[in-house]
Design a protein around this ligand. Structure first.
Ligand code: ZN
Ligand code: ZN
Length: 322
């Protein structure tokens, strides 16, 4: 039962297990050393420009001194700072301390008012603990377990169509993930998101190392949408028992894929030393944060190759080599 979902989970755990047992020094991790490789001169230039930017942002009418700033002001202030920093330095913000250095009030507001968590784990034990206590994880994990149990209890058999479903569903998931990211998150003419997906712009503006997950209401909406689609297809097609079991298999597989995406993206933004496929996913994703037009697939990179949105791995990007 659930061969592919199980394999996906095992694959992630297998990567995790190898990384868990490794004790890579920070200098051996590509992601961890990226900010250190930035040129000092470009940072100095960025620093002076950012001093101007943050001074402007802190002026009356925009700032927090009057206590009248709303959510949009803080996020707008972050976006201006982040865009200005990348324009001047050729790289993204990586660490909370860089944000604090340029705008301490903003860093405090993001943490206290918007609950942004910059305490990313650097080992697997802490990562598992932080990941599993997030409501997003609990929503997706709970829904996945319920889906699997319903599938196995109501239709306690496996047919050829179920086997086909567990192999094909990950492909369908990758397609929707790619399309969703490209169209909804970066689809407008400035490479930004459409309403109501501004949370992804905020994700890109934050220093790279933060607790990165889709908001919980997005995860819940995803579960509801997948479930509704399964019910609609089953009802409209007047599905027989075999077809219903296949639809249930697709449903469970789709949720496993979404959980896999959530975990890989979360790990990519952590400081946990990774190896193999997970490390490649992290490097692939860092390039996406450098250039929003490339590397739109998270867990797999084949669709970026197919749609010509992959970046050149060895390409120098403003002093940062990945
Ligand atoms: Zn990301
Ligand atoms: Zn993106």
């Amino acid at each position: 039962m659930m061969i592919v979902p199980s394999l996906l989970s095992l694959l992630l755990l297998a990567d995790g297990a190898s990384a868990f047992s490794s004790s890579l020094p920070p200098s051996s991790s590509t992601a961890l050393s990226l900010s250190q490789r930035s040129s000092a001169s470009s940072l100095l230039r960025a620093s002076s420009v950012l001093d101007d930017i943050t001074t402007q942002n802190s002026s009356p009418g925009n700032g927090d001194d009057d206590g009248d700033d709303d959510d949009k002001d803080w996020w707008h202030r972050l976006q201006v700072l982040s865009d200005g920093f990348q324009e001047q330095s050729g790289r993204i913000l990586f660490h909370e301390k860089e944000l604090i250095h340029h705008d301490e009030d903003l860093a405090m507001a993001l943490k206290q008012e918007h609950h942004v968590d910059f305490t990313v784990p650097s080992n697997w034990h802490d990562a598992m603990a932080q990941f599993t206590r997030q409501p997003q994880t609990q929503v997706l994990l709970g829904a996945t377990l319920v889906s699997m149990i319903v599938r196995l209890v109501v239709w306690p058999w496996v047919g050829v169509s179920d086997v086909a479903a567990v192999f094909l569903t990950p492909l369908a998931y990758q397609l929707q993930e790619y399309g969703y990211h490209r169209r909804n998150y970066h689809g407008n003419d400035r490479g930004k998101s459409y309403f109501p997906f501004a949370y992804h712009d905020q994700h890109h503006s934050l220093p790279y190392y933060h607790m990165a997950m889709e908001p919980v209401h997005v995860c819940a909406s995803f579960v509801a949408s997948v479930t509704a689609m399964g019910l609609v297809v089953g009802i409209l097609s007047q599905a027989d028992s075999t077809t219903c079991s296949t639809i249930a298999t697709v449903h469970a597989s789709f949720l496993v894929c979404s959980l896999h995406y959530l975990a890989v993206h979360y790990l990519a933004h952590s400081k946990v030393p990774l190896t193999g496929r997970l490390q490649r996913a992290r490097e692939h994703h860092i390039q996406h944060h450098l250039d929003h037009d490339v590397n739109l697939n998270m867990a797999g990179q084949a669709l970026d190759e197919l749609f010509h949105t992959t970046s050149q791995p060895a390409k120098q990007r403003g002093g940062v080599s990945v």
